[in-house]
Design a protein around this ligand. Sequence first.
Ligand code: SF4
Length: 395
Amino acid sequence: MPPSSPKPQDRGEAHIQDRVRDRGDACPGALRLHRADDGALARLRVPTGVLTPRQVTVLADAADRLGDGHLSLTSRGNIELRGLGEGCGAGLAELLRAAGLLPASERHERVRNMVVSPLAGADVLAWARRLDELLCGADWTTGLSGRFLFAVDDGRGDAAALAADVTLLATPDGGALLRVADRTYRVAAADAPRAALAAAEAFLAAARDAGTGAWRVRELPPGQDVDVTEHLRRAALTAEPVPDAALPPGGPTPPGVLDDRTVSVLARLGRVTTDRFRALLPADEVRVTPWRGFVLPGFPDRAAAEARLAELDAAGFLTRADSPWVGVTACTGRPGCAKSLSDVRADARPLAGSPGLPVHWSGCARRCGHPQGAWVDAVATAGGDYEVTTVTRDA
Ligand code: SF4
């Protein structure tokens, strides 16, 4: 079905800013399972995006033993196990803990929300690791919602484009930018993780002042200031405001061989069987991307990377940037989600006439997992069809 009658939509954000939250968020976690129609669901945060080979194996084994034999990737680079049986939460937690996939304090498990540039080098990955340590080491951070998102960007603008609440961006001169609520500050690279944490604290203070229970910065009412400067000062950090800072125009990591030494693949509709997931090994490390893919760095040369890409193509991954399935995503839909009007994943497909825009298929108007920015939006209708429009602004 082509988007035959694309109509521009401007969803605006006033409805978000008018919202009053009277409860905490219900986001699933690895320890707080969500009861779905196809069994329990566990959502694992991978704060740096990096999995060790052992962690890959443990997750695949857990999905086989306890779940439905698949792993799902989310638009935040989280990994979901679905179809979990009754009473398997403790067993799953034990496996994840032994594999180093849980924080020392389980109260922090759902606040480790971070997207990181998948091709980041050691310095920027170190920021992400340090920020995770700081997040998990402070008691007050458990007041952040399970939806509050950090982005750690190596300067190419890919993670920064994901509308995080707090963004760190590496600059070509070796420094760092901190961005919160459309304001940007220059901070020393060594201070970047602490500055991001201070910005999150400033948000919580603003949310308390607003009294609306906001879970995210963009939910704060108009005029509610996030006093980042004051919280940076209290943390003894120096920051210089950068008016009119422009973010680099980064986009999703494409599939293929990148930089001659890195392999990038996508999971079709963000879901893999455990056999396909295991096919990512051997690898020194596996990086999970927010575009429902995986990056394998560290090949000795282009020939070795090309050979590995061919193996992963044979294993069923999307490996070519010109595949029509690149940019096609779908929510869970039936049978996993009771709200869904359709078996979305069975219906989802590339749409002709949507060049350059991602396409997202949803079983209802909540549009779970939709892309940021503009996208072609296919939403199931009660009549069994899909309404296809073009969204021109993030909802
Ligand atoms: S968009 Fe609707 S149908 Fe799809 S997963 Fe979300 S709530 Fe369920």
